[in-house]
Structures are given as C-alpha cells and as structure tokens.
Write a protein that binds this ligand. Sequence first.
Ligand code: ADP
Length: 399
Amino acid sequence: MTNAILVLNAGSSSLKFAIYGDGDGALDVLLRGKISGIGSNPVFSAKDADGLAMSGKDLPPMDLETGQDDLIPELLDWVNAHQGGVTIKAVGHRVVHGGRHHAEPALITDALLAELESLSPLAPMHQPHNLAAIRCVAASIPGLTQVACFDTSFHRTQDRLAQLFALPRALSDEGIIRYGFHGLSYDYIASTLPAYLGDKANGRVIVAHLGSGASMCAMKNRRSVATSMGFTALDGLVMGRRCGTLDPGVILYLLQEKGLSATDISTMLYKESGLLGVSGISNDMAVLEADTSAQAQEAIDLFCHRATSELAALASTIGGLDALVFTAGIGENSARIRRQICDRLCWMGVAIDPDANDGHATRISGPSSDIDVLVIPTNEEVVVARATRALTQTGAGSD
Ligand code: ADP
C-alpha cells in the first residue's frame, strides 16, 4: 500500500487535483487532473504519472447537474476505485487568504475554519470555494488530516512599509493592509531558482505570474520584498476579468454619480473588467492574440503597458534587477507577451533572444542582456503536497 497526499485547488467553476505518492524519498506525482465547467457542463480530465491523458473509459461519468458538493465525494470514490494500492493519508488545500497571522501552512481545525471563513469577504471569488472543499472532504472522510496552504503566506516576510496603505492608522491596525497573493507559485519558483541562477538566485529577482489572475513579486534572498496584489486579488496588473490597479475615485464616482450598488461594482471589477472588459471579446489571452480587431489588440497592449509599469516600480523596491522569471499560463506559453514586455524594458538592460523566446526555451535572454530572463513552469500543487507531508509527519499545527 502506498500512502498518498491529495492536493485540491477548488475554484468557482473548476476543481484541480493531484495525487502524490508519499514514499521514503521525493513526492512522486501519481495523477493530476481537473474538473472544469462545474455548475454548467462538468468535464473531467486527468493525466497519469507519465503525463499521459487518461482515456474516456478511465474517467468518472459526470452529469450536467453535478455540483460542487457532489464532486469531491465522486472524486474520492474514483480515486479509491482506480488508484489500486493507494491510500490517501492527508489532503492539502490551496487556500487563497490566510490573513496577516499565517506565515506558514496550518493543520485544519474547526477554529481555523471559522477564522478563514471571516476572511471570505477579502477573496469572495476564491475563499468560499476553498473552504467548501475542506468541509466536503471532512464530511466524506471524517477525521482525515487536512492542511491549508495560503497564497498570502509567502509575502509575510515583507517590511511593514511594503504592506501599508496610506490610510488612517486604525484601519491598518485592524488588518486593512497589502496581503499579496499567488504565494504558492512564488514559493515554488523561489525553490527552483538556485538550479537556474546559482548565486544570482539570492539577488534581485522579479517573478511575473501571468495567468487568468496575474501578479508580480519582487524577491531578494528568494523572499518576498514587494508584490503587485494588495488587500484583495483585484489589485495590480490587468487580469482576465479583473481590473487591477484603479484610482479609488472611480469607485466613488460609480457609487455617487452613476448610482451603481456595491454588488454591481463588485461584479464589474471582478468579472467584467480586465482583458474581457477592455476587449469586449474574451478574458482569454490566446483568443485575443488570434483576434486582429483593434479592441483585442488594445487589451493586449494595455496588459503589457501595465505589466512593465508595475515591474519597474517593483524593481525600485529591490534596488534594480538581476533576473526576471515568467510563469503561469500566459508567462509560460505566450512568446508575444514576453517579447512585448521585455521590449519595453530595454532601458533596464533587458534583451531577449527572439529564437529562444519563440521556442519557449528556459533562458530567453540574449548574450547582451544585463538581466537573466527565464521561463519556469510553476507547480503550486507540489508546494501544497510538501507542506502537507511536513505537517502530517510532525503533526504540529502552525500559528
Ligand atoms: P489559471 O490557473 O488562473 O486558470 P492559467 O495560469 O492557466 O490560469 O493561465 C490562463 C491564461 O493563459 C489564459 O489567459 C490563456 O489564454 C493563457 N494562455 C495559455 N496558453 C496560451 C498561449 N499559447 N498563448 C497565449 N496565452 C495562453
């Protein structure tokens, strides 16, 4: 019997999962997959340990009504039936918001769940789904060890100034601060940097996590110094559907002059803005790249313009730049976006090798570049699996 760790990343319309065999040595991925289209047309896809897509007959049937609450029991049943010889010993969850006190992953208890519940308004698109998945697992397999790994934890190394808004002090004291997100991805990239950069890994590095959600993190000594996302995951870069940085006066104007409700504005900022809002076509970068309309191209140009502005601001927090890393769906796959961003950074000494970039090489900077530019695929699941194993072995919860 192989002991295994199940990693869950539950979103509003998708559930990503991975199973890691927990032997004596490294964690081996046995299976990874995704259920997308939850609530509309659920589709299950999975790849085996060799990265081969599993065929239809190996996959569980899902009817159109399969909702969030049914999925996890179905997934657990399917794992039991199809992963012969594997026993799930613990489940690790990606949890978007850990608030200001959780700088490390934590064992899930009723008290922790209640605390994390109180943070849902700060991440309304993610946190409720993360917590629902925890409850579903607890209901399906009572007593199973569960661990929460927070996207905010990686940024708790930041100085106070990097976390502070220029708001009245009492608000900062009650927790209205810049938390930052995508920490599991940054943690993974930070762990890989020495293999690519040697001693430079501990220098001045910016990681650009460019996916449906997008942010950047400035690191020194592979620790977060500053990041583009703030109190919520709305801040910073242009995203698929989210607006990124916005003059707060716009929100006041929408409330006071246009008569929009707080709910209307929330929907607009989280779901109808970003690439989708500017293009009026799609939130998907690949779709926009294939679309020659002026609106699609303007959305892409704005994405790159804002990315370079943010990057330059972050570079100033670490006193310059030794290396730039692109990761996540857009960062790993779009040569055009990488080129457009790097071309705007030539004044900093960034020079990419067009062939390496088009070929999605790991190192895309050219020989004349003062700054190493890398493309490194992220792996948030393995960060969760490692932390879950560590906490399960020690049995000790953290703060
Ligand atoms: P998430 O995990 O937040 O759903 P991803 O990291 O998977 O997001 O990134 C999704 C984004 O990556 C989408 O905008 C998608 O269009 C983009 N993307 C993926 N492949 C490509 C590609 N070949 N060219 C351009 N964009 C791509």
